[in-house]
Design a protein around this ligand. Sequence first.
Ligand code: TYD
Ligand code: MG
Length: 464
Amino acid sequence: MAKLKVIFICSTCGTQSPKWMGHCTACGSWNSFVEEVVEKKNSGSEIDTSQAWKKSKPKTSSPISIALEDVQAGQISRKDTNDPELNRVLGGGLVRGSVTLIAGQPGIGKSTLLLQMALDADVGKVLYVSGEESEEQIKLRADRIRKNQKGVYLFSETRVDLILVEAAKIEAGLIIVDSIQTIVSSEVESSPGTISQIRECTNELVRYAKETATPVIIIGHINKEGDIAGPKILEHTVDTVLQFEGDRHHTFRILRTLKNRFGSTDELSMYQMEVDGLHPVSNPSELLLSQHSERLSGSAVACTVEGLRPLLIETQALISPAVYGNPQRVATGFDQRRLAMLLAVLEKRCGFTLGMQDVFVNLAGGMRLHDPGLDLAVIASLISSLQDQPLHRQICFAGEVGLSGEIRAISRVDLRIQEAERLGFKAICISKYNGKTDALKTSGIKIVALGTVNEFFEKVFEQS
Ligand code: TYD
Ligand code: MG
């Protein structure tokens, strides 16, 4: 008879303890222990199914010199996914033997993205394993997004050892696992989705990937806080972590690299969800700028940079007297605390009284951005709404606002200026401390350099 046992595992580092602890003595994190029921296997009662995919004895390897002639170039070759946006976030394509984790909220399009990639990629046979959907469901989706469906094998299975046996049998060139929270390993007796299961299954997938040089892509769920569900070691074990984000009710999706052992983490790509799947967006700025032609107060264009990609986006603000006692401050796509800080700057440094005003700030297209360079555009739209005076349509903003109302320098200002110029803007408003960039001398766009928020009134509205 199997014996039931309860253990506590730290969800950050995976340390086990027989008792619950508030503070992990191994990694120092607080409140990270979760309870898990494990069944102790009686020794010798079952056949060991782990690594059943191995037909022969493991290859023995020996250390090799890092000198170029010893490392074969073929070992680091990449496979083309036939999706330029996906190639970009992966650092140029799928690396053989790499393990990639894609995380995102439910319904954001993770399964769609990977199914599309399975149908398009140049990798030979693809084993698409789903523990969440049946083969019929996946087939229906595949019919909707692609006509050519050769080379993709669907497999509705949750046991990791069986998955790997089948992968070895068909000699899959790529394995996609949807999702890591649904698959189980016979090595561990706890239920799917628990820390020990996720850890064990990932380890088995990583072992297979490295020994057979097969790329593996894993889908991971995220929890309420927006972190990847499961142990932090999941992120440490895999080679690449991608995050798929966006608002489910809008069509834009952003795929961001959080970790990449084979490329830069500054990469980002954008997709648009349509009836026939996800389509890459190569010119996001053009779609995010508002389409109306008349000038309206409370609207300003921010010139932001996400990763290495410049992105022009419209910010809108509305300030109106609060009807009920408590004024509201609502920010969509922009950090709420940052908005509170900008309002405090406007009160203290520019003399506005906002205590009894409702304030709403919105970024176009359901985008959620964290670039500090957004501050200046948000302040511009707030001031424009307060004064009820529209800004010039051909001006955009890029700058961080400090607590004393100073406009601070931001990174990658040359990229921002180039993008603003490319999209036909006549002027860009930046910090005067950014003034030394080479781009300033070569660009044909007018540069409005600001030192403090107060200079805004004379230098910006005068442009309008
Ligand atoms: P899905 O890929 O299942 O999301 P996830 O795996 O991240 O949970 O699909 C997300 C949503 O996308 C789903 O609600 C339906 C929608 N969708 C489209 O709008 N167009 C399409 O072509 C497909 C396949 C899905
Ligand atoms: Mg899914």
